[in-house]
Design a protein around this ligand. Structure first.
Ligand SMILES: Cc1cc2nc3c(=O)[nH]c(=O)nc-3n(C[C@H](O)[C@H](O)[C@H](O)COP(=O)(O)OP(=O)(O)OC[C@H]3O[C@@H](n4cnc5c(N)ncnc54)[C@H](O)[C@@H]3O)c2cc1C
Length: 432
């Protein structure tokens, strides 16, 4: 029997080290530094680089990568257990060299980039020296990529890109963008687009504005509205075959979605821990909140949902390791992507409620987490789309019946049972 819910002892020691390291050395950065992506900022160099070195010394740097790329080839299950820890801190994935969107972009470069692109972009990306951005969504629609209009037209040995992209995260810090552009407008819906590496400082790349998430405010976000005007790039910057942009995108999106889910388990646990401590500490009407049944229900529901979600994430990670093929786990990944925003939202909402005014204040991370729960239901494709995937995949295992009354109705089951057993039954059985 191979079912096992225990972590092997040696790996648990590493997880314990990571947990302590994140709590004592990384989480303090969350409350004193600005963006985790400003790699050239003097504070980043002074405070973050030494921590990255400690992670490297422990052998935990970029452990989402296989050995061919300098990682340890941990596989997704071990990574899931580590990411639960990293998910608790804004800076942790940068300190451990496994932050989105760089992880997914590295995967694309590793699979489809030329040796020259790997030298120029993949190596410094893996070393945490540069940041990257993924530029796919367009202002007129993201959930349906067949509507994209940003074009790349071949001109000799170059492609010329014109169009706009929306919510290209971290473009303002990135050295390059991976851009999806239409190269074959007449082709079928999923063979129209191609991926390209575009240096952020190329002529014609313009950040129209940086959009933020959350409260209305001025131009201080990290999700860029990008305009590409006659941007010329060599044809060698193409990633994967022409027209296969959607297939190439799956390389990053499959992994990206489960990595978000792993980190979200950590965020949910963080909210859950706060909720429990508060329930045990706050007294009203002569007893602690934890003694009130309506509060107990919140804690019980949260624990059940959190554990169920966590197990689904871990099983999905295990399946990826077993099959080594994201297409074989499409249903599982879509399922955790669809479940993630709900569990995150519900646990954080209960945590806010139990904290009362403190819960909605700007002295706790909870309103930001609540907004993140909505982000998880939109970024990398809306929940509705992933539920459609789950349903379609599930229904593949079933067949329709031509019968007016299905075989599982009682009269049909009795008839079938009598066919099988009738000559052994002595009394008369009424047939409806
Ligand atoms: C924080 C954040 C970071 C992001 N980072 C990036 C990035 O780095 N690069 C990038 O390219 N994109 C990025 N995105 C964009 C993201 O991929 C898109 O927001 C997403 O694909 C949805 O597209 P949209 O926002 O245009 O919504 P729309 O396509 O306009 O959809 C709006 C809503 O319509 C409903 N809907 C859509 N389709 C269906 C359907 N088939 N059935 C039923 N209902 C449906 C859903 O409720 C959906 O939320 C990011 C988004 C967020 C929020």
């Amino acid at each position: 029997m191979a079912w096992d819910f225990e972590t092997d002892k040696d790996y648990q020691l590493l997880l314990d080290w990571a947990d302590n390291f994140v709590r004592t050395k990384v989480m303090p950065l969350d409350v004193v530094l600005g963006s985790a992506m400003e790699y050239q900022d003097p504070d980043f160099i002074r405070l973050v680089r030494p921590l990255q070195q400690e992670v490297k010394d422990m052998g935990l740097w970029a452990c989402h990568l296989g050995p061919e790329l300098g990682g340890l080839g941990f596989g997704q299950l071990k990574l899931a257990l580590l990411n639960e820890i990293l998910g608790q801190s804004r800076f942790a994935s940068v300190v451990f060299g496994c932050q989105a969107p760089d992880t997914g972009n590295a995967e694309i470069l590793a699979h489809y980039g030329s040796e020259d692109l790997k030298d120029r972009y993949l190596k410094p990306l893996l070393n945490g020296e540069i940041a990257s951005s993924y530029s796919m969504t367009e202002p007129q629609g993201g959930a349906d990529p067949t509507q994209f209009t940003c074009m790349a037209v071949q001109d000799g040995d170059e492609y010329v890109i014109n169009g706009e992209k929306w919510f290209s995260s971290n473009a303002r810090y990135a050295s390059f963008l991976i851009v999806m552009a239409v190269t074959d407008p007449e082709a079928s819906a999923h063979a129209r687009a191609t991926m390209f590496v575009v240096p952020t400082d190329a002529d014609g790349v313009e950040i129209v504005r940086n959009v933020g998430v959350g409260e209305e405010g001025p131009n201080h976000g990290t999700h860029a509205y990008v305009r590409y005007t006659n941007v010329r790039i060599p044809k060698e910057n193409m990633l994967g075959p022409r027209g296969q942009g959607f297939a190439v995108a799956q390389t990053r999106l499959g992994g990206g979605r489960i990595h978000h889910a792993m980190r979200t388990v950590g965020q949910i646990k963080r909210a859950f821990d706060m909720m429990c401590e508060r329930a045990l500490s706050r007294t009203t009407k002569g007893e602690v909140l934890a003694d009130k049944q309506l509060v107990q229900e919140k804690i019980a529901d949260s624990w059940i949902e959190m554990e169920a979600f966590r197990l689904l994430v871990l099983r999905t990670a295990w399946r990826i390791d077993q099959y080594n093929d994201y297409l074989k786990v499409r249903k599982d990944i879509a399922a955790i992507k669809a479940l993630m925003p709900k569990v995150y939202h519900d646990v954080v909402s209960r945590c806010i409620q139990i904290h009362g005014s403190l819960g909605v204040s700007n002295e706790l991370p909870l309103t930001g987490m609540l907004m993140s729960s909505f982000v998880m239901g939109i970024a990398d494709g809306p929940t509705e789309v992933h539920k459609v995937t789950v349903a379609r995949q599930v229904l593949r295992d079933y067949e329709a019946t031509e019968e007016l009354f299905p075989a599982y109705t009682l009269p049909n089951r009795r008839r079938a049972a009598l066919d099988l057993l009738g000559d052994q039954i002595e009394r008369e059985v009424e047939l409806w």
